[in-house]
Design a protein around this ligand. Structure first.
Ligand SMILES: Cc1cc2nc3c(=O)[nH]c(=O)nc-3n(C[C@H](O)[C@H](O)[C@H](O)COP(=O)(O)OP(=O)(O)OC[C@H]3O[C@@H](n4cnc5c(N)ncnc54)[C@H](O)[C@@H]3O)c2cc1C
Length: 306
């Protein structure tokens, strides 16, 4: 049996991706529910950078402005709840959404804009500094740490690339593998060292400082290094709602989508960080949300004319 009220589109996630989808769909006169549970990972930081006209704003202010924009369109409703389950109808004509307050909603289309989470290396104190003086993205926060003594905590095969990129912002770099073997070719190591980038493979036991401002890094042998900021390579953890679905993925785990966010599952679109960490910038996420909104509107339009 069909439910009484099936809305056009449910958007899960009220970050820049989901809000941009809601904006384009509201302007397209589509009935939209946008669910958000306020667990965005960038809330640990004080400033967001690189979003044109909003460079340096706080993450919460960017969201407030985004919500204000979408609230001008009466067909968009924001539901501040966590979506706990998504069930497709047998004939694929709608999805049933359940929220943690036990409400049920129905929609023809779904935009998954749930972002991702990250897990930091287990080093004492790291969470105190993450988002304040230790970051993961040079393009987001490299400018603020320019010319400072920096630690790069990275034991992946991308460690040398991160060090090379950061060299443009600071020449005082220590690349720390935190107890892991250094995973790069000896000639690459030589080229990093020739530029004065020091490589340290000892395990880090503690980051120290006050009020989120890093001042030193202590290694397992007791040596202490003065550093006033750093970059770390977190492990990315995808949202359970994304993991529960049988999406087609690239070899690197990104969702396979077309130019308008359509995933391999009919009626499901994706936007922002939920697609892949490669989208992990506010403005890129917002752009992908806009495109997914157009994808939804375009498909709803075509379906009306069959
Ligand atoms: C410390 C830090 C600093 C950063 N600095 C910058 C910067 O300066 N510039 C920049 O461009 N980028 C920055 N980023 C990256 C940026 O925050 C992300 O790329 C961007 O927020 C991704 O947008 P999104 O909408 O895809 O996901 P998010 O902003 O993460 O939003 C996803 C939303 O989905 C919601 N959600 C998840 N699951 C559910 C569910 N089941 N039900 C309901 N809601 C759900 C969450 O509550 C969240 O609000 C930073 C990230 C971090 C961690």
């Amino acid at each position: 049996m069909q439910p009484d009220k099936i809305i056009d589109c449910a958007i899960i996630g009220g970050g820049p991706a989901g809000l941009s989808s809601a904006l384009v769909l509201g302007r397209s006169r589509r009935n939209v529910l946008l669910f958000d549970d306020a667990t965005n990972r960038n809330q640990v930081t004080h400033e967001s950078h690189g979003f044109l006209t909003r460079d340096g704003t706080t993450p919460s202010e960017l969201r407030r402005l985004g919500r204000e924009d979408v609230s001008a369109y009466p067909s968009v409703t924001i539901v501040d709840q966590k979506v706990s389950s998504i069930t497709p109808a047998k004939d694929d004509s709608f999805f049933t959404f359940t929220t943690t307050d036990d409400q049920t909603y129905y929609a023809k289309k779904l935009i998954l804009a749930v972002g991702f989470k990250e897990s930091l290396p287990s080093i004492e104190g790291i969470h105190h500094f993450y988002g304040k003086s230790v970051f993961n993205c040079p393009y987001c926060d490299g400018w603020e740490l320019r010319d400072q003594p920096l630690i790069i905590i990275n034991d992946t095969e991308h460690a040398s690339h991160m060090a090379k990129v950061l060299y443009n912002w600071s020449k005082d770099l220590v690349l720390a593998t935190n107890g892991s073997e250094f995973k790069i070719e000896p000639d690459v190591r030589q080229r990093l060292e020739a530029k004065g980038i020091r490589i340290n493979t000892k395990k880090i036991v503690q980051l120290s400082g006050e009020n989120g401002q890093l001042s030193s890094v202590t290694f397992e042998d007791g040596t202490k290094l003065h550093r006033s900021g750093g970059f770390v390579a977190p492990t990315f953890i995808f949202n359970p709602l994304r993991e529960q679905m049988n999406f087609e993925l690239t070899e690197h785990g990104a969702l396979i989508i077309d130019d308008f966010g359509r995933t391999s599952i009919k009626h499901i679109y994706a936007a922002g960080d939920a697609i892949s960490p490669a989208y992990s910038q506010l403005i890129v996420s917002a752009a992908s949300g806009h495109k997914a909104g157009i994808g939804v509107n375009s498909d709803l339009t075509e379906e009306l004319f069959v």
